[in-house]
Design a protein around this ligand. Structure first.
Ligand code: 5GP
Length: 208
């Protein structure tokens, strides 16, 4: 059985990764979603174990010490990390998994999983990105300013990714990601091992 494919959806703060991922979750139920651990407090409507595993700083540090996280990053004063076992288990069961994480974490995953597929979600323009960050309205001015400067730096990391998807419209962005998933499943490398095995079997049968 082929291993599943690890997809990483990342991109600058405010680009809409969370919204796109929530829509993908609805549209592609066979794709497995990695639920991150975080030390930030739940926002209204967020559920523990569904949106995040909400942890205290102590609990989070324990996860780091126990090597339970595939990657982790500090982002605007809080920690975020990807539970390792769930990712490994899902891939070994032949299922695809998607991580929705910020860029520092994505780069760390790239070092460990060079075979992963890295998708950079882009805003239609930098101006649009600024509007989205300001418009979210859930954060203080200081947090917004910080998020904005981080987001501009993050845009410069595009060259580390395999694909760029513009999030101009959620449906369109999801369709593009879905096409990437299909294309990745059609990569010849995924068939070579099995094909060689079949060819070997044919040759052995011929020699009998
Ligand atoms: P928020 O607090 O808005 O839910 O998320 C803040 C940022 O943390 C987003 O860019 C989100 O993609 C990122 N994030 C969520 N989970 C993880 C994770 O497990 N690891 C890393 N590195 N970033 C994450």
């Amino acid at each position: 059985m082929n291993r599943g494919i690890l997809f990483v959806l990342s991109g600058p703060s405010g680009v809409g990764k969370g919204t796109v991922c929530a829509e993908l979750r609805r549209k592609l139920p066979e794709l497995v979603y990695s639920v991150s651990a975080t030390t930030r407090s739940p926002r209204e409507g967020e559920q523990d174990g569904v949106n995040y595993f909400f942890k205290s700083r102590e609990q989070f540090h324990l996860m780091i010490e126990n090597d339970a996280l595939l990657e982790h990053a500090e982002y605007v004063g809080n920690y975020y990390g990807t539970p390792r076992d769930f990712v490994e288990k899902t891939l070994s069961e032949g299922k695809d998994i998607i991580l929705e994480i910020e860029v520092q974490g994505a780069l760390k995953v790239r070092e460990k999983f060079s075979e992963g597929v890295f998708i950079f979600l882009m805003p239609p323009s930098l101006n649009e990105l600024k509007q989205r960050i300001v418009g979210r309205g859930t954060e203080s001015q200081a947090t917004i300013d910080h998020r904005l400067s981080v987001a501009v730096e993050e845009m410069n990391l595009l060259h580390h990714y395999d694909y760029a998807v513009v999030n101009d419209e959620i449906d369109q962005a999801c369709n593009r990601i879905s096409s990437i998933i299909t294309a990745e499943h059609c990569k010849r490398e995924r068939f070579l091992g099995e094909l060689f095995q079949q060819l070997e079997n044919v040759e052995t049968a011929d020699n009998v």
